[in-house]
Design a protein. Sequence first.
Length: 94
Amino acid sequence: MRRRDRATGDTALTVDEATAIAEHAENGDLDMEDPEVRRLVGEANRLLVRAGVWGIAESPKQRSRRRLLAVGASVLVLSWLAGLFLPLLVRLTE
């Protein structure tokens, strides 16, 4: 049974599986009238493009880890800016 990504509902495909699905779709072996098959072929194509551009397929765990890192970096920068400008604003308003 395939693992589903909770955020998007996509199934987790490997690059090999995505390649096989894309080849079958290109050869016309799949019924593209079925919405589930179309969704799976679209997901396989997205994964192949992402793997071609970035080199690997991104897992949901990597995506959430990167999101957490971005939020943490944003908090750090905003707190630094607040520490830099708040004393200046307090002094100017006195």
